[in-house]
Ligand binder design. Structure first.
Ligand code: THG
Length: 265
């Protein structure tokens, strides 16, 4: 499981305050703790309420880069922020994210390809989040085609079928799993399939339990990457155990430690 740590995001109170005050230590702590907990990459999102999103994103990138060379997923819906920041990120990076409309997706694919970056493509367009699996598959297939035409390899493309909270969109988790199965079979080699896992439980009780259960179910359908909180040990243990049961690793009594050690080594 390719884990993209979600905690450096202005949606969280601690990160929001740190971004506002330019408190490097809080951000660097979040970066180090997520990597130690087994993250493969870090999401970087300034949140909704900053006066200058470009400036805040560049500060975050520089601050995080002082403590880790992990791939950074630059999480913004604004093209002007994405196109200004991406060329200035040293090392590995992922654009998070593009929508699937052809003109938009072509622009993002070109920016990713020029910068040797990965790209997360959302299966939504001007009509918003699809209300069924079929439309998600159609838009995912469109993203795959545009990526291949633009010279982006499948191991650099992450398709995100867009999960919504289960309390407001009860059919959504099922639609995403169906789309994941079909999109995994659509291209050979397949793209990565990713979700912003915590969305599924927003404003619900039993958040941890919902996140863990859905992670295992989505992995059984072919999810191989997730934006989540790697410091949630039970969630990480669920992901590692689901991987074990899919023969991603061979069982030994200390498989949880072995999986963590493998990440660091
Ligand atoms: N797909 C892609 N990128 C994404 C998402 C996605 N990036 C953002 C988001 N969705 C994934 N990250 C989060 C981060 C936090 C929460 C959910 C998803 C979250 N935050 C608490 C809340 O809103 O209740 C904040 C609580 C606090 O303040 O401590 O749930 O889907 N490609």
């Amino acid at each position: 499981m390719y884990v993209i740590g979600e905690r450096i995001n202005g949606m969280f109170t601690d990160a929001k305050e740190a971004i506002r005050q330019k408190d490097a230590k809080v951000i660097q702590d979040l970066a180090k703790r997520q990597m130690e907990a087994g993250a493969s990459a870090l999401d970087v999102n300034v949140g909704p309420a900053v006066p200058d999103a470009k400036d805040a994103m560049l500060w975050l990138v520089e601050t995080i880069r002082a403590v880790t060379d992990a791939p950074l997923a630059i999480d913004t819906a604004k093209w002007d922020v994405m196109s200004a920041v991406i060329p200035k990120v040293p090392g590995e990076k992922i654009l998070n994210s593009t929508k699937a409309d052809p003109e938009t997706a072509q622009q993002y694919v070109a920016l990713a390809a020029q910068n040797g970056a990965g790209l997360i493509g959302l299966t939504l367009d001007a009509d918003g989040v699809p209300g069924n699996a079929e439309k998600r598959v159609e838009l995912g297939a469109q993203l795959i085609t545009i990526a291949l035409e633009g010279g982006l390899e499948m191991d650099k493309l992450f398709i995100d079928p867009v999960i919504l909270p289960v309390n407001v969109a009860p059919k959504n988790p099922g639609h995403c799993m169906e789309a994941i199965s079909q999109l995994r079979a659509f291209a050979d080699p397949p793209p990565h399939l990713v979700l912003g896992l915590s969305n599924v439980s927003q404003l619900c009780n039993n958040r941890g339990l919902i996140n863990r259960t859905y992670l295992a179910m989505a992995m059984a359908h072919g999810l191989d990457a997730a934006i989540l909180d790697p410091m949630d040990t039970e969630l990480m243990n669920t992901g590692i155990t689901a991987g074990l049961l899919q023969e991603k690793m061979i069982y030994c009594d200390s498989y949880l430690e072995a999986a963590r050690y493998g990440k660091k080594g």
